[in-house]
Write a new protein. Structure first.
Ligand code: FAD
Ligand code: SF4
Length: 505
């Protein structure tokens, strides 16, 4: 009797552990690989249409490539995962299903606790291999309440996987971190080379038409130009290494109205669905460094994103779930302003970032953190609503990466387990790191009055409201000290103006 291998849409690995295991046990002829396109999953939220195109097209290309390699593949479209799997199992008379553990909490629970009963056959869930922490958990025994900072985690991963280390074990370039050389704004004279785009083929064009015909969703499927195969994703990686990696470090925090990707890699959409893998990317950039193609502050900074931040976020997710979604350490209770769904606001920075997220499904890290989350934290927006906005808009959004980044890092709602201080900033930071303030109707130097930048008003209002809590955090001390210059009437003016700003939105 045949064995079924169920592959999820974000697990399109070249070497898939479930395929390898079943092929070794039962042989290729006794194996049926199934990919289910579940309507319920696709419509669970009004997702970014380009993300739906990416996943469905990549799944169909993956199925085709497996068939070319001689596997028997069943592609099922069904109202739900269970309905699709039931149909497949009835047709092929499978007695057993093997699958790889989902990266997302709910789906993994579904695989482990529900699937076997729903299908009436035995289900085996193999460990997830898409993250390096699956192979090496550097801190397996820490309590959920105990904080492990990213830097410690990163160094442990770097040592274990031997990334950018000298033969004596010291870090390449003489330091673990070169941030002091980075964090530069983008000079007007620098024009970042745009990332590679990919002309949709017949499969992708068909998916685009199907997604356009669906109701709900954010943005449009038209204009989709992402990679949908391993070969294309590898071409995107090579393009990044050749044209943007060298300047990645210096400009990783820069923001621009004219450029969205700048010197970032734009690889997260591919990495998150298995078209690329973390160690493959890290070895490639290490090679570029050894070949003299990029300086250490860029290569180290980039490797830290992949084996540091990304792995750390996934590790945090699995140790903090399922409680993370309800975390709300700053007691934020306001609803998300409606302009988040249209970009219709006079705040030029937010307008650009929201419009970009709607149109492309991508904005880089600092815009997510220091524009969107910064505003939401200062304005006291409910964390779960911010989380859902991100999940709906971005092409690289998945529950495992969203919750720790939005609720933990961006909104500091997890009590400081992910970030040791809230990432809050006034317009001074945005003005320094971007060109957004030029031409904005607000004045980035004012905090009170009709032209005052809302980021300033809300920043000082946040410090006033949470003064006692912030004072207790040693990393926030200097910020709160600024309040000493405020007399009672100035505090009151800020509070009053903040109420007005929040009322308007
Ligand atoms: P680059 O700047 O080129 O970085 C390289 C890679 O490092 C990324 O592709 C990504 O895989 C990894 N990386 C870097 N930082 C993180 C991080 N904090 N968490 C996870 N991976 C990281 N990333 C997602 O993949 N999906 C999301 O839905 C997502 N939502 C985010 C929401 C917020 C509020 C914040 C602050 C960050 C979020 N991130 C998310 C992390 C990060 O912003 C994106 O991974 C990155 O912007 C993707 O663009 P890039 O590939 O050009 O990244
Ligand atoms: Fe954003 Fe304020 Fe600058 Fe306008 S002035 S772009 S609202 S930071």
């Amino acid at each position: 009797t045949p064995v079924t291998v169920w592959i999820l849409g974000d697990q399109l690995l070249r070497a898939h552990p479930a395929i390898e295991a079943v092929e070794a046990q039962a042989g290729r002829r006794n194996m049926r690989i199934v990919l289910v396109e579940s309507d319920a999953r696709i419509a669970q939220m009004p997702y970014q249409r380009k993300k739906i195109v990416l996943i469905l097209s990549a799944m169909r290309h993956y199925a085709a490539s497996l068939r070319e390699r001689g596997y028997l593949v069943d592609e099922v479209r069904a109202p739900s995962f269970v309905a699709g799997l039931q149909r497949h199992i009835a047709q092929h008379r499978s007695q057993r299903l093997v699958t790889m553990a989902a990266a997302e909490y709910e789906t993994r629970r579904f695989q482990q606790d529900y699937l076997s009963q729903a299908l009436g056959i035995s289900v085996e869930v193999l460990p997830n291999t898409q993250f390096l922490t699956g192979r090496r958990n550097p801190f397996p025994d820490v309590e959920p309440s105990q904080r492990v900072i990213m830097e410690r985690f990163y160094r442990a991963m770097r040592r274990h996987f031997d990334v950018l280390l000298e033969p004596d074990g010291s870090p390449t370039g003489g330091a673990w971190n070169f941030d002091r050389l980075n964090r530069r704004p983008l000079p007007r004279s620098v024009a970042p080379p745009p990332p590679l785009t990919f002309e949709p083929d017949a499969i992708t064009r068909r998916v685009i038409a199907e997604v356009e015909a669906r109701s709900g969703g954010v943005g449009t499927a038209t204009g989709f130009a992402l990679a949908v195969t391993h070969a294309q994703a590898e071409a995107a990686l090579a393009d990044f290494v050749a044209h943007r990696l060298a300047a990645f470090g210096p400009y990783e925090d820069a923001m621009s109205a004219a450029h969205d990707v700048l010197f970032h890699s734009m690889l997260s959409p591919y990495l998150n669905i298995g078209l690329l893998e973390p160690l493959q990317i890290v070895r490639t950039v290490e090679e570029a460094y050894r070949a003299g193609a990029a300086p250490i502050q860029s290569v180290e900074g980039f490797a830290r994103q992949i084996i540091g931040w990304r792995e750390y976020i996934y590790w945090q997710y699995w140790r903090l779930m399922p409680g993370l979604r309800d975390a709300n350490a700053w007691n934020a209770t306001r609803p998300l302003p409606r302009f988040f769904w249209s970009g219709d606001t006079d705040m030029r920075c937010l307008r650009h970032v929201i419009e970009r997220a709607i149109a492309t499904g991508y904005t880089h890290h600092i815009e997510r953190l220091m524009i969107v989350c910064n505003f939401c934290l200062l304005a006291g927006i409910r964390p779960s609503e911010v989380n859902d906005w991100f999940l709906a808009h971005y092409v690289d959004a998945y529950d495992w990466v969203m919750q720790p980044n939005v609720i933990g890092m961006g909104l500091n709602a997890d009590g400081g387990l992910t970030a040791t201080k809230p990432y809050i900033a006034s317009a001074a930071y945005i003005r320094k790191m971007s060109d957004y303030c030029d031409g904005c109707r607000y004045d980035p130097k004012r905090r009170i009055g009709p032209d005052a930048c809302p980021f300033n008003t809300l920043y000082w209002n946040f410090l006033i409201r949470h003064e006692a809590t912030l004072r207790a955090n040693p990393r926030m001390g200097p910020a709160v000290l600024g309040l000493a210059r405020f007399d009672a009437s100035e505090r009151e003016a800020v509070t009053r103006q903040a109420e007005m700003v929040l009322g308007e939105n």
